[in-house]
Write a protein that binds this ligand. Structure first.
Ligand code: NAD
Length: 256
């Protein structure tokens, strides 16, 4: 379905981004990976799906590096057809204790980077009259949780940016939508499980159940594969007129 299309997924060396990149690659899209840590493993996983893959290591908190990445992708594949703004970090502390540099980093990586990548991707998408921008927000783009001020502020911002981007392009073939996962057991959440296990003096398994029990009636983690299939839907012909939604996949978290 996505043969001859190129998808750039930020923060795709791990977790949800890698899951989305693989789901799009299974549909035939060439992939531009981005993110830190092991690159060769994720690259090999994408190559095994029979598409082309490239990697750019832009730090998503740095606008000049984002510009360089978008140029690199256009030179390598001609155009970015699908942009998935996924890179993100977390830090947990009360407002009065929140380290200022962590606030700045979360806003830069989780929110501002989506603005930069989108503004740089939109002109070529408009020229082709086809494009998909998928912002990985969170249930925290829809509701709050204590001790996550920067993250919740950034993710609510991402949902707002999604709506405006969708509206500005509504009369074209360029759509913009957000995905709002609940708990997904990636390294980002494993850190929170570990912290809970230490705080409560319980095992890792028990800490997972406490975490889920607080928020998710399904008592199940959402998986990167499930989120990848939602991204595929947004890219499918059936997604042509889905514009500006913030779709939660959260085991019932936000339904409460
Ligand atoms: P993860 O830690 O597994 O992956 C994060 C990715 O972002 C990695 O590839 C990492 O290298 C990259 N990254 C981090 N800082 C970067 C930077 N400055 N520049 C470029 N890349 C950078 O986390 P994840 O859980 O897969 O999170 C992915 C997205 O999903 C984030 O936006 C996160 O907020 C969101 N999300 C996660 C959950 C969850 O439960 N895990 C729930 C809702 C939303």
């Amino acid at each position: 379905m996505l043969a001859n299309k190129t998808a750039l997924v930020t923060g795709s060396t791990s977790g949800i981004g890698l899951g989305i990149a693989k789901a799009l690659a299974r549909q035939g899209a060439n992939i531009v990976l981005n993110g830190f840590g092991d690159v060769e493993g994720p690259k090999a996983e994408i190559l095994a799906l029979g598409v082309q893959v490239a990697y750019h290591g832009a730090d998503m908190s740095k606008p000049a590096e984002i510009e360089d990445m978008m140029k690199f992708a256009a030179e390598r594949f001609g155009r970015v057809d699908i942009l998935v703004n996924n890179a993100g970090i977390q830090h947990v502390a009360r407002v009065e204790d929140f380290p200022v540099e962590k606030w700045d980093a979360i806003i830069a990586i989780n929110l501002t980077s989506a603005f930069h990548a989108s503004r740089l991707a939109i002109p070529a998408m408009r020229a082709a009259n086809w494009g998909r921008i998928i912002n990985v927000a969170s249930v925290h783009g829809l509701v709050g949780s204590a001790e996550k001020s920067a993250y919740v502020a950034a993710k609510h911002g991402v949902v707002g940016l999604t709506k405006v981007t969708a509206l500005e392009n509504a009369a074209s073939g360029v759509t913009c939508n957000a995905i709002c996962p609940g708990w997904v057991l990636t390294p980002l959440v494993q850190k929170q499980v570990d912290a809970k296990a230490v705080a409560l003096g319980v095992t890792n398994e028990e800490a997972k159940n406490v975490l889920l029990g607080e928020k998710e009636p399904s008592m199940q983690f959402t998986t990167p594969e499930e989120l990848g299939e939602l991204a595929v839907f947004f890219c499918s012909p059936a997604g042509n007129n889905v514009r500006g939604v913030a779709w939660n996949m959260d085991g019932g978290w936000v339904a409460q």
